[in-house]
Design a protein. Structure first.
Length: 252
C-alpha cells in the first residue's frame, strides 16, 4: 500500500438501513476506522438509503448508536445517498451519451422466459438484451439503464487480502445502473460516491467480490481511478451459516 501517502488515506463504512447493524458490519466498520486512523487518514460514514421500499428508521438510529457505542467517530458530515440522486443521474447520462450504456425495455417476465429457454438448452443463463445495440431508444415505456459489458476478455482485480481475482466478461450480465423508477442501483451509486469523496481503500466482506467486478467495469467505463480493495472473510455462526442482518444484530 505504498502508492498513497499516509495522510491521503480515506476509508468509509457504508451500511444500508434495511436492517440492524450486526457483528459482521461492526467488524467492517472497525477495520476501516482503525486503518484510517493508523494512517492518519479520514474515515467517512455513508448511509446507502436509495432503496426506499426497504428503509427502516429504527435500524438507521441503531447504526448510529452502535457506532457510537463502539467508540467509532467519523470525519465530516454523514453522506446520505438519497440526497445525491442528481450526481448519479449526471453520470448515467454521460454513459448513455458516450454509448457505454443503453436503455433496456425488456420486462422481468421476458427476461425470466429468456433464461428458462437457455436453461432447457443447457446453456449459461446470461441475459443478452435485444436493446443493447439499438440507437435512440426513446419509447414511453418503463426501462432500466444497463452498462455495456465487453463481450470478449477478462476483468482482474488485485485484492489486498485475496490476491489476484479474475472474471470472464462472458459470465457477467450487462449490469443495471438505474431502476425503472429512475433510482440508481447500489453498484452505480457506490462507485460515484467513492470517486466523489476520494475513497482510497474499500475494506469489506468477501460477499462483495462479484460487486467489485461490476464496480470495476463502471470505473473503467468512466476512466476513473480505482481504489484499493480488501475483501475479508465473513463471520459465521456455530451452525456454519454466515451472520446476516435478518438473524443477528449487535443488540441481540
Amino acid at each position: 500500500m505504498n502508492q498513497f501517502q499516509k495522510t491521503d488515506i480515506i476509508t468509509r463504512f457504508a451500511p444500508s438501513p434495511t436492517g440492524y447493524l450486526h457483528i459482521g458490519g461492526a467488524r467492517t466498520a472497525l477495520f476501516n476506522w482503525i486503518f484510517a486512523k493508523k494512517c492518519k487518514g479520514k474515515f467517512l460514514l455513508r448511509i446507502e438509503d436509495t432503496d426506499k421500499s426497504r428503509l427502516n428508521k429504527d435500524a438507521l438510529s441503531a447504526i448510529f448508536d452502535g457506532l457510537k457505542w463502539l467508540g467509532i467517530k467519523w470525519d465530516n458530515e454523514v453522506i446520505y445517498q438519497s440526497k445525491r440522486n442528481k450526481n448519479y443521474q449526471d453520470v448515467i447520462s454521460k454513459l448513455l451519451e458516450n454509448g457505454l450504456a443503453y436503455k433496456c425495455y425488456s420486462t422481468q417476465n421476458e427476461i425470466n422466459n429468456y433464461k428458462k429457454k437457455l436453461l432447457k438448452l443447457g446453456k449459461t443463463t446470461k441475459f443478452i438484451s435485444p436493446w443493447r445495440e439499438k440507437v435512440n431508444n426513446n419509447k414511453d415505456d418503463q426501462y432500466v439503464v444497463r452498462l455495456k459489458v465487453p463481450e470478449i476478455g477478462k476483468i482482474t482485480i488485485q485484492d489486498e487480502v485475496q490476491g489476484e481475482i479474475t472474471w470472464n466478461y462472458k459470465d457477467l450480465d450487462d449490469l443495471i445502473l438505474s431502476r425503472s423508477d429512475g433510482s440508481a442501483t447500489y453498484n452505480l451509486a457506490a462507485v460515484v460516491d467513492d470517486h466523489d469523496f476520494e475513497i482510497t481503500d474499500v475494506i469489506r466482506g468477501d460477499d462483495h467480490l462479484t460487486n467489485t467486478a461490476r464496480q470495476k467495469l463502471i470505473y473503467t467505463a468512466l476512466d476513473w481511478q480505482i481504489p484499493r480493495f480488501s475483501h475479508i472473510p465473513l463471520i459465521h455462526g456455530l451452525d456454519g451459516k454466515k451472520i446476516i442482518k435478518k438473524t443477528w444484530c449487535c443488540w441481540c
